[in-house]
Design a protein around this ligand. Structure first.
Ligand SMILES: [Zn+2]
Length: 193
């Protein structure tokens, strides 16, 4: 849908020239203390099919995340691309309010000198998590693909909010597409046999 500029305010990404001490720990996806090794064994086949990969911390959004994986091919592909980018670490957050008025989601990207990339995705509490998950993941992939947002604006495929953050057609389309796939599969599952 055209003109839904308020749905997400992304890309206030900051380039940091320092390595943050805390990131080295979180980037390693350290298993929980006291958990027997066999229960944390990596299952590649289930990754991005029914479970999140190690470099995505879903937090309290694990439920909607898994549901979307199971019902949206678009989201599975996005997830798989992130899983294949080990230098990237994605953390999902739910917030009662976001710093930008009217925003439903916000993603911040930090790049580190070492090549590590941290993406923090904040979704507004109670607001259409499914569409926004796919929408924000596409913003992350845009950055992995090296999309230059200023060029996209010049080509009419992105626009800028007064705050300076960017919105893109590509992310909007991905969110809508994933939600549509989800809805079709959910309706199918509800159909009596
Ligand atoms: Zn967006």
């Amino acid at each position: 849908m055209f003109g839904r500029r308020s749905e997400c305010r992304g890309w206030r990404g900051v380039w940091l020239s320092v390595w943050l001490a805390g990131f080295a720990v979180s980037a390693g996806a350290v298993p929980a203390v006291g958990v027997p090794p066999q229960t944390i064994a990596r299952d590649d086949s289930a990754e991005c099919q029914s479970v999140p990969p190690l470099n995505i911390d879903t937090g309290m959004l694990r439920g909607p995340f898994v549901e979307l994986l199971q019902r949206s091919a678009t989201f599975r592909q996005q997830c798989a691309r992130i899983a294949r980018t080990p230098e990237l670490r994605v953390t999902l957050h739910v917030r009662g309010s976001l710093p930008e008025r009217g925003a439903r989601a916000l993603t911040n990207i930090d790049r580190f000198e070492t090549g590590a990339i941290r993406a923090d995705v904040a979704l507004r509490l109670g607001r259409d998590y499914l569409e926004m998950l796919a929408h924000e993941f596409e913003h992350i992939l845009e950055q992995i693909d090296g999309v230059v947002l200023r060029d996209e604006v010049a080509m009419g495929r992105a626009w800028r909010a007064p705050s300076g953050s960017f919105e893109t057609r590509r992310a909007s389309d991905a969110g809508v597409r994933a939600l549509k796939e989800y809805s079709v599969q959910a309706a199918r599952a509800r159909r009596p046999r």
